[in-house]
Design a binder for this molecule. Structure first.
Ligand code: GLC
Length: 697
């Protein structure tokens, strides 16, 4: 009789043999469905990446015997895999020559998106261009701004009525009728590609709309489709889960489950009409992965993987960042690497930075010492701790808050980067900074509830005109809404016609973007920030949006203003000759837009010209004596100096810096590299300096 050790060894050997046999069978299956002309190249990619896909598949969907399977009319996981591999081959065949050329270029230069000349821009299709054709017409504007990566918020067919700004998708294969047709999407991606701009689209992975065909089938009682979601007959399990879960929208959508008549309790992490998908079902994986490939074949170059933290549920946990969620992402990465290798994956996981390494395939914090091998996962992830810290720093007049977050930012593997940003379509979520806010280790604490009040204009020292988001009861610091221009004080100063206050407010906006653009990563602008666009107070007039405070910072682009401002700000020689330079005393929307636009464009131009600002160039912080200050060093050649306070502060810098000569790179809206200068001894209120070590001396 075998000992249990022998038994284990024999079982493991058998598993390896059968896995190897299954690998061979799947390879043959893939090869057979490939167009002969593509076969050699495609199989090379398969051989490199399929082992990761198949290992992930086996871990997620271990082959279970028929008796263990739920009684549905669904295929087994193995049958699903075989059909999926076949469909992957078809997607490989369907990829256009232009996209295949792009794939090859990206494979040759996998860190292409971290080039310092790549700047992002985020917008809603309707708010920016009316529809997809309208966006295409604005491509020259984006080019002049320096944009090379465009994230368009969800534009696929969404549910009727309220749909969370398109994040409740009814049909992943069809463009929302109000925004155009699939042909418009393909025309747009081709136009963007020709302009050197990569289109990023949301892939809403965690949930579908409650009127998606799968949800409708589940409602009709089809057992196969019930298994696509998490549906419970009564409150027993939901209650057990709920006691460990957090609340995303505690005011507008409390709880994580929704009762659906004749169906039961459906897991709905976000709104009740967004049904969480059951990723433990192999069919869900197969469908979503193929959706990704179909969209990639329409020319989408990057996917913002929405709400990735929530993909896997485990009783007794907060059901966030579970190991299986990473296995799913690794499998998706392998799928993309096989059939659409030019594609980038960006994790939207709004969690503290220390929890993000696994989204890049690194071991989790808890397993940091484990010798686990890194498995490719996402290329990009939002650095929301940095974003929130910049806003905390401004409210508190403290650069050290940002410095601490930069210091604690985990190093990334090659070919990976942060998405750095100041604002986006969501609230500024304060929860990512809970641990930092508690202070300790020599760091002063801060009160996130006060900061949420500050940005809502509730504190006496506030210049901000935002609002709290979902803050209630014990949770006084959930999030804050508002356009950057309203949060930095531009709206308030303009309303008072106070030119001096306006200059300060504009300096704050420039300062915060100066941090975003100086840090490692791919920096992204939020639509309208380049013209200091303010809040959309009118959203409350629309009954469908009135209860959703995030619409405050989703205004439509006022094109006449943007175009008039650009004529000065862009420095376009033709228009510039006609235009007058913006006057410092001008408190009109146009004057503000011109000055802010000029400052941001100068910053983009300076970044583009500075290889030390590559997204993956080394970064460290400088200690400058006063906690109000922040110093960011890139590649030991570039220094960003920031004063986050409203007072002038003395700079106490190391001799290695003060002894060098520097070239000023941003001289109040100057496009060219500026003068040679000394390292400054003092920084005025809200000052931002970008200095490059001068090697000519
Ligand atoms: C993401 C989106 C957010 C949306 C949520 C649910 O967090 O950024 O806007 O509400 O997912 O889809």
């Amino acid at each position: 009789m075998k000992s249990s050790d022998e038994h284990r060894r024999a079982t493991a050997a058998q598993a390896r043999r059968s896995t190897a046999a299954a690998f061979d069978a799947m390879r043959a299956h893939y090869a057979q469905a490939l167009t002969p002309a593509l076969r050699a190249e495609a199989l090379q990619r398969w051989d490199t990446h399929a082992p990761r896909l198949l290992a992930a598949w086996e871990a997620l969907y271990p082959s279970v015997s028929g008796a263990d399977r739920p009684q549905t009319n669904a295929p087994t996981a193995q049958e699903t895999l075989a059909a999926f591999v076949h469909a992957m081959a078809e997607a490989t065949n369907a990829r256009s020559a232009a996209l295949r050329a792009l794939d090859a270029a990206r494979e040759r230069e996998p860190s292409w998106f971290l080039d310092q000349r790549i700047v992002g821009y985020t917008a809603y299709v309707d708010r920016f261009g009316g529809d997809l054709r309208g966006v295409a017409e604005r491509v020259p504007y984006l080019q002049r701004l320096g944009v090379r990566y465009l994230h368009l918020l969800p534009f696929l067919a969404a549910r009727e009525g309220d749909n969370d700004g398109g994040f409740a998708v009814r049909d992943y294969d069809t463009v929302a009728p109000a925004l155009g047709e699939n042909a418009d999407l393909e025309a747009l991606t081709a136009r963007l590609r020709a302009a050197g701009i990569s289109l990023c689209a949301d892939l809403v992975l965690n949930h579908t709309a409650d009127d998606h065909a799968w949800a409708l089938a589940a409602r009709r009682g089809d057992p196969r489709y019930r298994e696509y979601f998490h549906i419970f007959p009564d409150r027993r399990l939901p209650d057990a889960y709920e006691s460990h879960l957090c609340q995303i929208f505690p005011q507008t959508a409390p709880g994580n489950f929704t009762e659906v008549p004749a169906l039961g309790w459906v897991w709905t992490t976000f709104y009740g009409y967004q049904w969480d998908l059951n990723w433990a079902n192999a069919e869900v994986f197969a469908h979503m992965a193929l959706t990704l490939l179909r969209l990639a074949n329409r020319g989408i170059e990057a996917f913002r993987l929405d709400s990735t933290a929530f993909l896997w549920k485990r009783l007794g946990t907060d059901c966030m960042n579970q190991p299986e969620a990473h296995t799913i992402l690794q499998a998706l990465r392998a799928v993309a690497a096989i059939a659409a290798p030019g594609v980038l994956l960006k994790a939207e996981a709004i969690v503290p930075a220390r929890q993000l390494p696994p989204y890049f395939g690194l071991p989790s914090e808890a397993n940091a010492n484990a010798q686990a091998e890194a498995v490719a996962e996402c290329h990009l992830a939002y650095h929301s701790s940095l974003m929130a810290a910049a806003w905390v720093g401004l409210a508190e007049g403290r650069g050290d808050v940002v410095a601490d977050v930069i210091r604690a930012t985990p190093p990334l593997p090659p070919g990976c980067g942060w998405l750095t940003y100041l604002r986006c379509h969501d609230d500024i979520g304060w929860n990512v900074l809970r641990e930092e806010a508690a202070g300790g280790d020599g760091r002063a604490a801060y009160d996130l509830a006060r900061i949420a009040g500050f940005y809502a204009g509730e504190t006496p020292d506030s210049f901000a005109r935002g609002r709290r988001f979902q803050c209630a009861g014990d949770d006084r610091a959930h999030g804050s809404n508002g356009m950057a221009a309203a949060l930095v004080g531009i709206a308030e100063a303009q309303a008072r016609g106070d030119a001096a206050a306006l200059r300060m407010a504009e300096a704050r906006l420039r300062l915060l973007y100066g941090i975003v653009f100086a840090c490692a990563g791919l920096p992204s602008l939020y639509m309208g920030d380049e013209i200091a666009l303010g809040n959309d107070e009118a959203y409350t007039d629309d009954p469908l949006r009135a209860d959703e405070g995030r619409w405050l910072h989703r205004p439509a682009m006022p094109w006449p203003l943007a175009e008039a401002a650009e004529a000065v700000a862009a420095g376009d020689t033709h228009e510039r000759r006609r235009a007058t330079a913006p006057q410092a005393e001008d408190v009109s929307a146009l004057g503000i837009a011109q000055r802010v636009g000029r400052a941001l464009r100068a910053m983009i131009a300076a970044r583009m010209a500075t290889p030390a600002l590559r997204g993956d160039a080394p970064m460290r912080v400088l200690t400058l004596g006063d906690p109000a200050l922040l110093g960011i060093v890139r590649d030991e050649r570039f220094v960003a100096l920031c004063n986050l306070s409203g007072r002038e502060v003395a700079v106490d810098a190391p001799a290695a810096l003060t002894d060098s000569r520097w070239r000023s790179m941003l001289d109040e809206g100057m496009h060219e590299h500026g003068r040679i200068c000394e390292f400054p001894a003092r920084l005025p209120a809200y000052a931002l300096l970008w200095l490059l070590r001068d090697s000519s001396a």
